[in-house]
Design a protein around this ligand. Structure first.
Ligand SMILES: Cc1cc2nc3c(=O)[nH]c(=O)nc-3n(C[C@H](O)[C@H](O)[C@H](O)COP(=O)(O)O)c2cc1C
Length: 244
């Protein structure tokens, strides 16, 4: 099934049918048409098809099953290496190992990843972004042999869909759109419909919590673990040669 934005959903189960390499590269090339800072194209994509390499990546993604079952695992990376090397080879002094450059290249990498995701979903492929890249970035750098000034930003598992999950909810758009200047609204009203969803009520109950927000703060993304993974992420970025 080809997905438009209105009915798109993350797909985590895939058939055994491979995603053709040639078409994959065509769609990645199209995605590289996305806007990017200064047209420096400071990103790279690592395409993982090999089973052993997927096995090496899987634990770094907390063994999410989609890593092994995907036809392809794509790791979108900040890449200031290629551009800096080109500068050095051209009698130009690069100055891109700073936070601003890293941040800009991160945005550009995500724009490419999302442009690719939209194209892939229109092609009838299914995919899921993996934020676990941010949790185990150092290990991913090692597994993919990323050199200095290259850093993994996000991972996309990709394949032919073998499921059609329910559409997930979204907050009312009016609560996310601010006319002319930021307006602080009634957040409890904004989240009311989400909190009332039967699956969210179940989620709260199963986790032994009183509110849905507590499931996020106490179970899914607690402060202590956010801070520990945040420190690890910062050191991984620095280890790749960026000075933050
Ligand atoms: C940056 C990013 C990281 C994500 N990480 C994960 C992940 O590690 N595992 C997973 O199953 N889904 C992951 N997702 C998918 C989200 O859970 C999903 O997009 C969200 O729940 C909304 O569902 P939908 O995409 O089906 O509309 C991620 C999505 C994004 C954009």
């Amino acid at each position: 099934m080809k997905m438009n934005l209105a009915d798109r959903r993350s797909i985590r189960r895939y058939t055994d049918q491979p995603v053709p390499q040639e078409r994959l590269e065509e769609l990645l090339s199209l995605a590289f048409r996305a806007s990017n800072t200064g047209n420096m194209q400071t990103y790279s994509v690592i395409v993982t098809r090999d089973k052993e390499r997927k096995r090496a990546l899987a634990p770094l993604h907390f063994n999410q099953p989609c890593v092994l079952s995907a036809s392809v695992v794509l790791t979108f990376c900040v890449d200031f290496r290629r551009f800096s090397d080109w500068c050095l080879a051209s009698d130009a002094q690069p100055g891109y190992d700073n936070f601003l450059s890293f941040y800009g290249a991160t945005i550009d990498s995500m724009l490419v990843a999302q442009a690719f995701a939209s194209l892939a979903e229109q092609e009838g492929w299914g995919l899921c972004f993996l934020g676990t890249t941010n949790y185990n970035a150092a290990g991913i750098c090692d597994a993919l042999h990323l050199p200095q000034l290259v850093f993994p930003v996000t991972t996309v598992t990709l394949g032919w869909p073998d499921e059609l999950p329910e559409l997930s909810d979204r907050l009312p758009a009016q609560g996310l759109i601010h006319l002319e200047s930021y307006q602080e609204g009634d957040v409890k009203a904004l989240y009311a419909a989400k909190e009332a969803l039967p699956q969210m009520r179940r989620f709260v109950e199963e986790n032994g919590k009183r509110t849905l927000a507590q499931v996020f703060t106490d179970v899914r993304y607690p402060k202590e673990s956010n801070e520990a993974f945040s420190d690890a992420l910062l050191s991984a970025i620095q280890r790749q040669g960026f000075h933050l």
